[in-house]
Design a protein around this ligand. Structure first.
Ligand SMILES: [Mg+2]
Length: 546
């Protein structure tokens, strides 16, 4: 091919001397003149250009053009890949930071309230084994499940919290904030279901809100929930037992009702708690992570004249053993009010249930009417109304910490205007994963590749479509790569492939702040204001990496 000088120097061309044809907008080098689209006749006034085009015909010309059209995509890919590789990776996130969903000024907080389990006391993985083994034993002894299930061992790391269990279909799955099923994270027993199997079961990728939250637009449909969310850390071994037993039934072709199995497992694990309390109390250091910062944390709050209270569902003796190990024998000195066996969330929702006194010496309950709350006395049951009425602690001066977004945080913030903090232990693993260099590179490239696909998807040419399909396959692999590093089955607690999970939407709604451990607050003064960041909305999107 002979070269031709086109009408105008190209502004974009990297090679010096390249030109842009004014008619078709295509860039040509001086030695190659091939129009981009056959339907557009090159309008260059230069005779040499016309005569050059006229030399092309038939297949040769089309092949050359196709080569050039896919070449256009390949060049775009190379360019964006080079750009991605040249980008600086984001800085590491501090795993001990406190994150704000809502502005919170600690100067306004005079009263600090705490849940106990997984808020003050963080349990070691050994706790999961205890609950699993006790639950399995009760399934066999009380509910007469086959003896063979005693061989089913706990599989650590199988489930994450925040999953939904479909009590009708016997499926454990992960939902995003739009109630969409995350494909690839749907399990029947221990077996993952394919996309086709999921669509066959649900006919849709979106679950109706009435099935998830138990209500719909029609009042008569109230309490139609078919999904149960497993939102606390005690439910992780419960999910493990549920899936192991379901898998046993499936493998052995034993007919079972998923709802009966679910209720039996739940009941077994729940009724194992008194036994678990006894086992843990006898050897607390085996089950509870020590935290030498907890006492300094309480010291700082007391030195700043803050009031402290504890509202926990656990019994006194169990809490006492753990707190003695975590804080010291005198731990009760830090608390102005202690309420055990509170039966949350009813503690926050019931209007009438008397608060009562527990006698530590005799280990029994006292029938006296409670007219004031005294330091050093152990109370049980009651309601948040009595706590507020007897102390005068109200509204935004109270900051309550819990690990359960619903039973600890939802009602106190929605009904009583308390400020709320969530303790989410999984953040330690989640942030360590986010900080991994390979993860950052993959997440970065996923964003840019997605943009590339979106920009070029409308091409009609079959060869170009093949290139697009190749890009889509690469995107699918990337999405899976950055999912499985969190958890091979269910991915991150906080995200589906790209959307927030159902769990994180609720968490962000009910928690003003959240962090991995209560003592991370020591990194901030008691006058600190936590400011939420201006998050990027889709219409404000300017960066490839958010
Ligand atoms: Mg708790």
């Amino acid at each position: 091919m002979r070269g031709v000088i086109l009408s105008k120097p190209c502004r974009n061309a990297e090679a010096k001397g390249s030109k842009r044809c004014m008619a078709v907008g295509q860039v040509y080098s001086q030695v190659h003149c091939v129009p981009y689209d056959l339907s557009v006749q090159c309008q260059c006034k230069l005779q040499s250009c016309r005569s050059h085009i006229s030399n092309y015909n038939g297949i040769n010309l089309r092949n050359t053009q196709r080569r050039h059209s896919t070449q256009r995509l390949e060049e775009a890919y190379k360019k964006i890949k080079a750009k991605c590789q040249s980008k600086k990776l984001p800085k590491d996130v501090n795993p001990k930071a406190v994150f704000a969903c809502n502005e919170l000024d600690l100067k306004e907080v005079n009263v600090y309230g705490f849940d106990y389990d997984y808020t003050l006391a963080c349990y070691k993985p050994s706790m999961d084994y205890v609950l699993y083994n006790l639950g399995r034993q009760i399934l066999i002894e009380r509910f007469k499940y086959p003896l063979e299930i005693s061989q089913l061992e706990y599989k650590p790391g199988f489930a994450v919290r925040g999953l939904h269990y479909d009590i009708g279909k016997g499926v454990l799955l992960k939902l995003d904030s739009f109630l969409q099923i995350q494909f690839g994270s749907v399990y029947k027993g221990l077996k993952p279901l394919s996309v086709d199997e999921v669509l066959k079961l649900y006919k849709n990728r979106i679950i109706p809100i009435a099935h998830v939250e138990g209500h719909s637009k029609n009042a008569s449909d109230f309490n139609q929930a078919k999904m149960v969310q497993l939102a606390d850390l005690f439910s992780v071994p419960e999910m493990g037992l549920l899936c192991n037993v379901a898998d046993y039934f499936e493998r052995n072709h034993i007919d079972y009702h998923p709802e009966i199995l679910f209720r039996d497992v739940k009941s077994s694990v729940k009724s194992s708690h008194p036994l678990m309390h006894k086992i843990v109390s006898e050897n607390v250091s085996e089950y509870i992570e020590s935290n030498e910062k907890l006492r300094p944390f309480f010291d700082r709050l007391k030195n700043s004249n803050k009031k402290l209270f504890l509202v926990t569902n656990s019994p006194y003796k169990f809490v006492n053993k753990g707190m003695e190990m975590l804080v010291g024998k005198d731990w009760k000195e830090y608390f102005d009010v202690l309420i055990v066996q509170a039966r949350k969330p009813r503690f926050f929702t019931d209007v009438s249930r008397p608060i009562r006194v527990y006698d530590e010496q005799s280990g029994s309950h006292i029938w006296d009417r409670v007219t004031k709350l005294e330091k050093g006395v152990i109370y049980y049951e009651g309601t948040v109304k009595q706590l507020q009425d007897l102390t005068g602690w109200r509204g935004h001066q109270v900051l309550y910490f819990g690990d359960h977004p619903y039973s600890d945080l939802a009602d106190v913030t929605l009904e009583h205007g308390w400020r709320t903090g969530a303790i989410i232990n999984e953040l330690t693993h989640e942030i360590a994963t986010l900080n991994n260099v390979e993860f950052k590179k993959n997440a970065n490239w996923l964003q840019m590749l997605t943009q590339l696909i979106e920009d070029h998807q409308d091409c009609e040419d079959p060869d170009e479509q093949k290139v697009l399909q190749k890009w889509m396959a690469e995107r699918d692999k990337l999405r899976n790569d950055i999912k499985v590093v969190f958890n091979p089955q269910f991915g991150s607690v906080f995200r589906t492939y790209h959307n927030p999970t159902y769990f994180s939407r609720r968490l962000f709604r009910f928690a003003d702040i959240y962090t991995s451990n209560i003592t991370n607050l020591l990194n901030y003064s008691v006058k600190h204001t936590f400011y939420p960041r201006r998050g990027v909305m889709p219409h404000e999107y300017i960066s490839y990496f958010v």
